[in-house]
Design a protein around this ligand. Sequence first.
Ligand code: OGA
Ligand code: ZN
Length: 374
Amino acid sequence: MTLISKIEKNSSYLKIVWNDGEESKFNYLWLRDNCPTAHDKDSRHRMFNILEVSNKINPKKYNVNSEGKLEIEWSEGEHTSYYDLSWLRENCYTLKNKKKYVSPYELWDNSLEKNLKSIQIEHDEIINSDEGLIKWLELLHHKGIAIVQNAPTKKESAFKVLNRISHTRETFFKTPFEVINIPKPNNSAYTAHALRNHMDLPWFENPPGYQFLHCLINDAEGGDSSAVDAFAVSDYLRKNEKEIFETLVNVPLKFRDKDYTQESHRSFYAPAISLTKDGDYNDIRFSVATMDALDCHPDIMHTVYKAHHRFGNLLHDDKFQIRFRLEAGDIFSFNNRRLLHGRTAFNPNSGHRHLQGYYMDRDEIIGRLNFLKK
Ligand code: OGA
Ligand code: ZN
């Protein structure tokens, strides 16, 4: 049980010594802002506004009361707050900041190819149980890749399993988008050509977080799939080729889409690798097909191209890349801002090939997983 052995008042914070010897600092404004009465019980939005008190607010009186709560009578606003000690301990930012960051990402390389079983999951297991759904979401979040097997092969039938997670993300390619070779295609995916490893739609400010390619039929010669964990490649560069890594993190590249069906020219600048507040990998931007004519400073253009070139080569290196073949009823599911995906060319005269694609925002994957785990 969480208990307090000592409380000490300082100029801007209470110092709490817990019964296990840990010490926490709780700033007064932080405490007042997080008074349990501050939030509406349904929306869980904060109704209290910190601007209603001055930044000099401090405890007039404080103690652990007979119910075991930390009770604080404030110097302003005639208000008393009651805090559960377990809530304080769980949300303590002093202790959180002492902990070493642990990444949720399990990076992988080509050795995954021999262990594809570890990323496969049965369609009906996801439909019929929360355990199945959690397993799928965990694969997507931690490994960035999962292959759902034995899904129905009727058109649009992937909505059912996707809606176990949430709604899909709409784009002008429509949902689902049809990956099939068509005359006068507005995207190189809608041909029989090979696609080198790429991400989809890097020219959006917020490219789709996840992508789901549902294989309805794959009877043509060729059309084998590839995937690479670009976080793993980034990590290799971070550890072994620091200058290239720094360039990829620091210099924004430019991406664009102006296909002939669109009355819109979409374009966005972003670095090839972006990091989180903890220095972990946030997302990747890489697509040879849709990188625009770069316009970075002439003094750095060669350095930028060298870094892009090196990154691109590693992203196709057999040390990192896996290859596999999608079967009818597979849903190749992946983090579109972490993995790059590709396919070999296929011969459209040798048989049919048809995938249907769906996108979903990353918030939907992580939000649903957080909910199901708590
Ligand atoms: C795509 C794509 C891969 C495939 O449609 O974006 O990459 O196997 N397709 O056809
Ligand atoms: Zn693609």
